[in-house]
Design a protein. Structure first.
Length: 611
């Protein structure tokens, strides 16, 4: 969910409107004093032992609250990053958080069926409401702070007079789980998102449902009003964000780009830009006025569940599966924008039944430049021609790629009359620290009546600067003599200790500055490896370095081959070689000693019969 501090009166506990263009930088470790309005290094708050499901800033922007699957709520000092207090009381994961408009109280909802109110100053729980069934999914304070809305698995929208510790109304929707709730800026309207795929609009004073917005094909997980209350955005498990006119219920547009559930959505302060977060591990920024994507943040480890903004919209907090609260200043960074992706699809009347005779769509793609280096701008020029007799309606193309820089983009063509062509251009900046040599690109098409061309596939190759190349070989030695192991057949004897002499060579044309080797024992093997991590350091071109690794094979080792993992990595440029090595084990029993009455002279090199 998305939270903004409650001085922005028209925002619910689940969603926000914000005024940033693009969030600069990459999230990671580090801490710096807060300076609103100026970029600071990304910061992280660590301590939760479970996923982050809820985030909220207080009105001053000085405190960030985080709710987690570890059943705790943590209050952090934004300026210093220090943990102020831990609120304990929930007996199951904490799903949602919201500060009161004055910031002196915090509401929380959890999987323990409770909605709780906390005194922020003392850290004490002041009141608790228990639901009949299941998780509490969302909470939201009314703009005047007098009413708290609470929703969840029970399927009811509960309005609570939390100060008087009593329930005012329970609007039973009968529409399944209610995942999201938001008050309009005036407080006269409530919106909820449900598992029935619909957005429901309510009158909180009467408790009556006013209307239903239909269009999503899966559960609605997030809702948010625009600053003036005229529009509503909804995010769904179908991967789309839909824009609605609140008064008429008319669908204004659809934002495409997420490849999974849209867990959070909100309007920015100008009422034009939209922000969203999803299970695909991305936070996305949209410009509905130009039908373009403003940018994508995609470096998170797993789904993003929660997002929060300070009231002056200078600092953003993001949380999800990685159990970390990421803090980032919001600044305008044009270099991070892209100029051709993920449009808002207009829902106009420009559609029709399948035409007879039918259309015929053909697609071609031109990718430039042909030689691409990290840091370059990539241009994808997609041209669609209708060579049939009827029109194509609402034609669009979607990209998919294993690399986020090209994944989840949408190019919208709209109506293409018979005999005409249209082109759309996607421009992206390849990261300067790009380490992969190739970027696969798949382009799929959609059309209102299903008249689509075959998918297009491309492989974008990056030349880039030269990098080190690593090679290796090894020799098995007897632990005592340094000669070949065992009886000379290259097999390892059970129950003995042997050495592996590992040789690493840089066969590239540039130095390998920081080279490491890691050996890993496969599960279930009776094997000791010493050492299992070796640092070789710097390797100039054509340089070699060696190290001995000792193996002790247990006498009861049951297999005919000894397998272990060998990872050779140059850390500064992310060059690695990942191999599996199999060594043959001698499974034959040792030769018996035969008694003799002859005199035998045994030396280090041979044995001779003397008589």
């Amino acid at each position: 969910m998305i939270i903004v501090s409650p001085t922005l009166r028209h925002l619910s506990s689940a969603f926000l409107w914000i005024s940033l263009l693009v969030v600069s930088g990459i999230f990671g470790e580090g801490w710096a004093p807060n300076s609103y309005g100026a970029p600071t290094p990304p910061r992280t708050l660590n301590g939760h032992q479970g996923e982050i499901f809820g985030l909220a800033f207080d009105p001053s922007g000085q405190i960030i609250a985080s709710g987690s699957g570890d059943q705790s709520i943590r209050l952090w000092d934004v300026e210093t990053g220090r943990l102020q207090t831990v609120l304990k009381g929930h007996t199951a994961p904490v799903r949602t958080l919201a500060f009161s408009p004055k910031g002196n109280f915090l509401a929380s909802g959890g999987s323990d069926k409770t909605t709780r109110i906390w005194d922020v100053q003392t850290g004490k729980e002041t009141v608790s409401f228990t639901s009949v069934f299941g998780n509490i999914r969302a909470v939201a304070f009314s703009p005047d702070g007098e009413i708290l809305a609470s929703t969840g698995d029970g399927g009811s929208l509960r309005l609570l007079n939390w100060k008087a510790k009593k329930e005012l109304k329970a609007m039973k929707s009968g529409f399944g789980i209610i995942y999201a709730v938001a008050f309009s800026p005036s407080g006269s309207t409530l919106a909820t998102g449900s598992s029935d795929t619909h957005v429901h609009i309510w009158d909180p004073s009467s408790g009556q449902q006013q209307t239903v917005f239909s269009g999503h094909t899966k559960a609605v997980l997030s809702v948010a009003f625009s600053p003036d209350g005229s529009l509503l955005a909804s995010g769904s498990a179908d991967g789309t964000i839909r824009l609605w006119e609140v008064q008429t219920g008319r669908e204004r547009g659809v934002l495409l780009g997420h490849s999974g559930d849209v867990n959070a959505v909100g309007f920015m302060a100008n009422g034009i830009h939209v922000i969203s977060a999803g299970s695909d591990g991305t936070v996305r920024f949209w410009d509905s006025s130009t039908s373009r994507s403003l940018g994508i943040l995609s470096n998170f480890k797993g789904p993003v569940w929660a997002l929060a903004l300070t009231h002056n919209e200078a600092l953003m907090a993001i949380g999800g599966r990685d159990r970390t609260v990421h803090l980032q200043t919001a600044t305008i960074t044009p270099a991070q924008t892209s100029s051709g992706a993920s449009p808002v699809i207009p829902r106009d009347a420009d559609v029709g039944p399948p035409p007879v005779p039918p259309p015929h769509a053909e697609a071609d793609v031109l990718i430039q430049p042909h030689e691409l280096n990290p840091g370059d701008e990539l241009t994808v020029d997609l041209r669609v021609s209708n060579t049939g007799k009827g029109p194509l309606y609402r034609f669009l193309a979607k990209t998919s790629s294993s690399h986020p820089v090209l994944d989840g983009r949408t190019l919208y063509f709209g109506k293409i009359p018979a005999g005409q062509s249209k082109s759309e251009i996607l421009k992206v900046n390849i990261p300067k620290d790009m380490t992969t040599d190739e970027i696969p690109l798949d382009i799929q098409f959609e059309e209102y009546n299903g008249f689509v061309p075959p998918p297009l596939k491309a492989l974008i190759t990056l030349s880039g600067p030269p990098r080190p190349r690593l090679a290796y070989n090894y020799q098995i030695l007897d632990n005592g003599t340094g000669q070949s192991v065992g009886n000379g057949d290259g097999r390892i004897q059970k129950g003995e200790a042997v050495d592996l002499l590992l040789t690493i060579k840089n066969v590239g044309v540039v130095p390998a500055m920081d080279t490491w080797v890691e050996l890993t024992n496969q599960e279930g093997q009776h094997l000791d490896i010493r050492p299992h991590v070796i640092r070789f350091g710097q390797l100039e071109p054509n340089d070699t370095k060696q190290a001995r690794i000792s193996f002790t094979v247990w006498p009861d080792y049951p297999k005919q081959a000894l397998g272990f993992g060998l990872l050779i990595k140059e850390k500064t440029q992310n060059v690695f070689l990942n191999e599996k090595v199999d060594l043959v084990v001698d499974i034959l029993p040792p030769q018996p000693i035969i008694a003799t009455n002859k005199i035998v002279m045994v030396t280090q090199d041979h044995a001779s019969l003397l008589s």
